[in-house]
Design a protein around this ligand. Structure first.
Ligand code: ATP
Ligand code: ATP
Ligand code: MG
Ligand code: MG
Lengths: 255, 255
């Protein structure tokens, strides 16, 4: 039975897509069967894995509007055990189009429930908002990973996100558990980064991944080649940190 | 007659809030009367200027729902010529609450129209989405500034944003003009950054500000003290670059 993991934070640019793509790839090379769902209308996870953004190709937008089955939209990637559900810009409009729909928060849950037996992990990349797409991902998810930069504005937003997760658990999804807070783009030379890291580790004791993702230019170069970091430069510190994260996640979930 | 400027980009973490706060402060010290409107439910511009996020205090949410006048929500800041309209987390819900409202895209235009004579500049910080708040800001605005990191995912999103701006100009706001693309967090040691900068300058010839904002840790430290960079460390490269941007903007608008 697979685990559905939402990768969410309404704060923008904290490394949600970079984490979704590279964690998915790292789990796949650890022989786990993985489905990555691109839930962001920007479709960065789609292009980050080398696919162009096409409205004619079946994607998450069509699935959520009930215009096609999930199976029809699945794309194979360069990694044997990694498959992708792409996104396109039409998802920007989905919020308004689905607002009248009965049970609009649980559309993704229904769509993914049938797939849980076909994968070890289903990862959902979320947009930088607390709108319908993120609510759908948190309602479908068993676990949530919260990437966060070691910066002041990121720290500010953490409490309101954790409140939202609590609200979803109480009203829509009692299974939802925080898998962990993931510190990203960490620059060891920067004293603010150390201060924020210490504050987060002491305040959210035990809920922060041991693995810290360093700032590493290879991680921001890889998507321009349409590849996860482990296919672009596997010896880079960025790629290694996501391989370590995959291992830590597997260990955390099996205890 | 004041100029309304939206600071928008649906890509997250590109420096919208940092640019809104520091450009507003730089214009204020150049003796321009400035109103900064925090249009983001994260309320980062509000905390970046030293105010706590309070739901009881009148803010943009109450103004847009018609529960109070704009004047009632205005806050004075440490800078004589800079005033703020704060935000709070309730704005996350405003999208859904206003979806039925007639003319929902022009609420901010109506609210700000009466104020244009009281300020030289009204800046609006937008959330990382193309939802109702950003549409409202683009409908109210005379100009739009698009902050953008010199990274691949940022470049990807630029075309869809410029298409949205064009759509708003055709359907909702014929006055809307691109003031410029602002390159932010530029790291000269990084070859990807140079490549992206050259691509943007050649493709969007003339529509990119000469001023480039460097990556500078002082810009990310300042908000934790509730101050714009020019009050935290005026000699920093970050603060100086926003002072130069303010000058360039004033020159661009007067020609
Ligand atoms: N560890 C890292 N080191 C260097 N650059 C990184 C790292 N992680 C992410 N980046 C870069 O930082 C930018 C923001 O990351 P990313 O797009 O993954 O964040 P996001 O949270 O998905 O953004 P959004 O809120 O727009 O969805 C991207 O250009 C990405 O390439
Ligand atoms: N030039 C810079 N140098 C260093 N750090 C910066 C710079 N500009 C912004 N930052 C930091 O980068 C992070 C992202 O910037 P900011 O929050 O202003 O972007 P944003 O586009 O407003 O994000 P969002 O999409 O969440 O609204 C913040 O932590 C900020 O302090
Ligand atoms: Mg993303
Ligand atoms: Mg912001």
């Amino acid at each position: 039975m697979g685990t559905i993991i939402a990768i969410a934070n309404q704060k923008g640019g904290v490394g949600k897509t970079t984490s979704a793509v590279n964690l998915a790839a790292s789990l796949a090379v650890a022989e786990k069967k993985v489905l990555l769902v691109d839930g962001d209308p920007q479709a960065n996870a789609t292009t980050g894995l080398g696919f162009s953004v096409q409205e004619q190709r079946k994607n998450l937008y069509h699935i959520m509007l009930g215009e096609c089955q999930l199976q029809e939209a699945i794309l194979a990637t360069e990694l044997e055990h990694l498959q992708l559900i792409p996104a396109d810009n039409n998802l920007f409009g989905a919020e308004v189009e689905l607002v009248e729909r009965e049970g609009r928060e649980s559309i993704l849950l229904q769509v993914l429930a049938a797939e849980k037996n076909n994968y070890d992990f289903i990862l959902i990349d979320c947009p930088p908002s607390l709108g319908l797409m993120t609510v759908n991902a948190l309602t479908a998810a068993d676990r949530v990973i919260v990437p966060m930069q070691c910066e002041y504005y990121s720290l500010e937003g953490l409490t309101s996100l954790l409140n939202t997760i609590e609200m979803i658990r109480e009203n829509l999804n009692p299974r939802l558990v925080l898998a962990g807070i993931l510190l990203t783009m960490f620059d060891g030379r920067n004293s603010l980064a150390h201060r924020v890291m210490e504050e987060v580790r002491s305040y959210f004791n035990g809920q922060v991944f041991e693995t810290v993702i360093p700032r590493n230019v290879r991680l921001s170069e890889a998507p321009s080649f349409g590849k996860p970091a482990l296919l672009y430069d596997v010896r880079s510190t960025g790629s290694e940190s996501y391989l370590a994260l995959a291992q830590e996640l597997i260990n955390r979930l099996s205890t």
